[in-house]
Design a protein around this ligand. Structure first.
Ligand SMILES: [Zn+2]
Length: 154
């Protein structure tokens, strides 16, 4: 079986797990993210050695997912999260990708900070903060949409 077929098999396995899991477990395990990471790694297999190493780990990762779905063991979840973090960090650092909602959270923080100082001059910090957050979210969303269009989101 070549890698392309393997990826298809993995994605099928993940969607089967999604099919039998509660929405809470899907969220806890970030199964959507796992699926997207897998597709991304697939894109870089020919050019990136590290992605190949991560690709070798996928079997193990999926078996951890299955184990967690069955037993809800916290240590399994911890190990799984650690492995996923490694993959996500690699995709960000080496391949310049970003998290979904990256710019919203970034600009929301900036907006909040600026909002506080505006709020102080207006003598109404609450309004300043909500104004700052609203503007930050608006700017961040447009950057996120742009990044998604350009295929830079994991
Ligand atoms: Zn890579």
């Amino acid at each position: 079986m070549d890698n392309r077929d393997k990826i298809k098999v993995y994605i099928k396995e993940i969607s089967e797990i999604k099919g039998k899991s509660s929405s809470k477990i899907i969220k806890v395990l970030k199964l959507e993210l796992l699926e997207r990471c897998l597709k991304r790694i697939g894109q870089f297999l020919e050019t990136c050695d590290e992605c190949n190493i991560y690709f070798q780990e996928i079997d193990d990762i999926i078996s951890k997912v299955n184990e967690y779905v069955e037993k809800s063991d916290k240590n399994t979840l911890k190990e799984y999260r650690y492995q996923m973090k490694g993959i996500v960090e690699h995709l960000k650092k080496k391949h310049g990708l970003i998290d979904e909602g990256h710019y919203v959270s970034q600009y929301m923080t900036i907006g909040m900070t600026i909002g506080v100082s505006i709020g102080i001059t207006m003598d109404n910090i609450a309004i300043g903060i909500s104004l700052g957050i609203a503007v930050g979210v608006a700017i961040g969303s447009s950057y996120d949409a742009k990044a998604k269009k350009e295929g830079r989101v994991i």
